[in-house]
Design a protein around this ligand. Structure first.
Ligand code: NAD
Ligand code: WQD
Length: 329
C-alpha cells in the first residue's frame, strides 16, 4: 500500500522512529505527531538522513483535541499507527492519573478526532505486559489479559485494547490491529538512531550498554532465584528493526480493502533469553566486559515471558530475522 499517508503518533520515540524509517523506505508518506515529552526533534533529523526523505513532524499533544483536529484537516490521512504513550512502569505507580490521562485519555481524543475525519484504521502499540504473569508459555494471543496487569502503565495498555475492541464491535467501518511487543532492543544498523533514555535506564539493554562504555559501574542483576534454568529472568528480546517491519506488515494488512475488524498479534522472536545469557551475548558482540552484581528481585518482575509467534507468521507473514548478536551491536 505504498503511497498511502500514515499518521504516526509518538514517531520521534524509540519504536516510532525506527518504524518511520521503514515506512519511508517502503514508500509510505508519513506525518508524525509528537509532543517530545520523551524524545527530541534531532531523532527525526537523523531519520531524514537515513532515508533521504522529508518527515513532516507536528508538535502536538494527543490530549489537545483542537491541535490534533488541525493535523487531520491539513493532511489527508489513510491510517494511524499509535505509538505515543508514557512507558515507565515504576513512574506509573507513583503518578497513575498522569498515565491514564496521557495513555487512555490521549487515545480517546485521537479516536474521536479520527472518527470526525472518517479515518477509521488504527495500528496500536500494545505490550506483552497485558498478559500479566503467564499461566502458560509460550504466550499465545488468546492467553487471558488484564487481570494480571499490576501497574497503571500495564493497565493503560490493556484498557486501550478494550476500548478499541468495543469501538470495532460498535461500527464495522472501524478496524484495529493491536501489536503486543515483547522486549524491544537494539538500534538501527546505521547507528544514527537507537534507544537513548534520559537518566538511569529502566530497561536492561540500555543499562548494559552504559556499563560497557564505562558510564555505570556494573549491572545489578535483579534476582537469581527465579524458576528459570540459570535463576535469572527470561524474556523474549526482539530487534527494533524487526519490530519496524512488523508495523509495515500490519499497516499493509489494515489498508487492504478486504480487511475489517479487530486483530491482535504478538511481536517477539519466540525464544526466551536469561539476563546472564544476554550479558554473555553482549560481551561476545562488543568485546567489552560487563561486570555484574546479583541483587534482590525487582518488585513486580516475573520469572519468564516469551511469545508464541505463529499467528503473526501465518497471518502477517512476519517473523523476526535478527538474532541476539544483532541486538547487542
Ligand atoms: P518512547 O517514549 O521512546 O516513545 C513514545 C513517544 O510518544 C515519545 O516520542 C513521546 O514524546 C511521545 N508521546 C508521549 N505522550 C504523548 C502525547 N500525549 N502526545 C504526543 N506525543 C506523546 O517509547 P517507545 O519505547 O518508542 O514506545 C512506543 C510505544 O510502544 C508505547 O506505546 C509503548 O507503550 C509501547 N511499548 C514499548 C515497549 C518498549 O519496551 N519500548 C514495549 C511494549 C510496548
Ligand atoms: C528485563 C529483565 C529484569 C534491568 C519492561 C516493561 C514492559 C515492557 C518492556 C512496555 C528482567 C532484568 C533489568 C536491570 C536486571 N515495556 N533486569 N537489571 O521488565 O521485561 O519489561 O519493558 O510495554 O511493560 O515492564 O524489561 O528490560 O526492564 O527487564 O536484571 O538493571 O532484565 O529483572 O528479568 P521487562 P526490562
Amino acid at each position: 500500500m505504498s503511497g498511502a499517508t500514515v499518521l504516526v503518533t509518538g514517531g520521534a520515540g524509540y519504536v516510532g522512529s525506527h518504524s518511520v524509517v521503514e515506512l519511508l523506505n517502503q514508500g509510505f508518506k508519513v506525518v508524525v505527531v509528537d509532543n517530545l515529552v520523551n524524545a527530541s526533534s534531532e531523532c527525526l533529523k537523523r531519520v531524514e538522513e537515513i532515508t533521504g526523505k522529508e518527515v513532516i513532524c507536528i508538535l502536538v499533544d494527543l490530549c489537545d483535541k483542537h491541535g490534533l483536529d488541525k493535523v487531520f484537516t491539513d493532511h489527508k490521512i489513510d491510517c494511524v499507527i499509535h505509538f505515543a504513550a508514557l512507558k515507565a512502569v515504576g513512574e506509573s505507580v507513583s503518578v497513575p492519573l498522569t498515565y491514564y490521562r496521557n495513555n487512555v485519555g490521549g487515545t480517546l481524543t485521537l479516536l474521536e478526532v479520527m472518527k470526525a475525519h472518517n479515518v477509521k484504521k488504527i495500528v496500536y502499540s500494545s505490550s506483552a505486559t497485558v498478559y500479566g504473569t503467564p499461566q502458560t508459555l509460550p504466550l499465545t494471543e488468546d492467553h487471558p489479559t488484564g487481570s494480571g496487569c499490576t501497574s497503571p502503565y500495564g493497565k493503560s495498555k490493556y484498557f486501550v485494547e478494550q476500548i478499541l475492541m468495543d469501538l470495532v464491535k460498535s461500527d464495522e467501518t472501524w478496524s484495529a490491529i493491536s501489536l503486543r511487543y515483547f522486549n524491544p532492543v537494539g538500534a538501527h544498523e546505521s547507528g544514527k538512531i537507537g534507544e537513548d533514555p534520559k537518566g538511569i535506564p529502566n530497561n536492561i539493554m540500555p543499562y548494559i550498554a552504559q556499563v560497557a562504555v564505562g558510564r555505570r559501574k556494573d549491572l545489578k542483576v535483579f534476582g537469581n532465584d527465579y524458576n528459570t534454568p540459570d535463576g535469572t529472568g527470561v524474556r523474549d528480546y526482539v530487534h527494533i528493526q524487526d519490530l519496524a517491519t512488523g508495523h509495515i506488515a500490519a499497516t499493509n494488512m489494515i489498508l487492504s480493502p478486504n480487511f475489517c475488524g479487530w486483530k491482535v498479534y504478538n511481536l517477539g522472536t519466540g525464544s526466551g533469553l536469561s539476563v546472564l545469557q544476554l550479558v554473555k551475548a553482549f560481551e561476545e558482540a562488543s568485546g567489552q566486559k560487563v561486570p555484574c552484581e546479583i541483587v534482590g528481585r525487582r518488585a513486580g518482575d516475573i520469572d519468564a515471558s516469551y511469545a508464541d509467534v505463529s499467528l503473526a507468521k501465518k497471518e502477517l507473514q512476519w517473523q523476526a530475522t535478527k538474532g541476539v548478536l544483532d541486538m547487542c551491536m
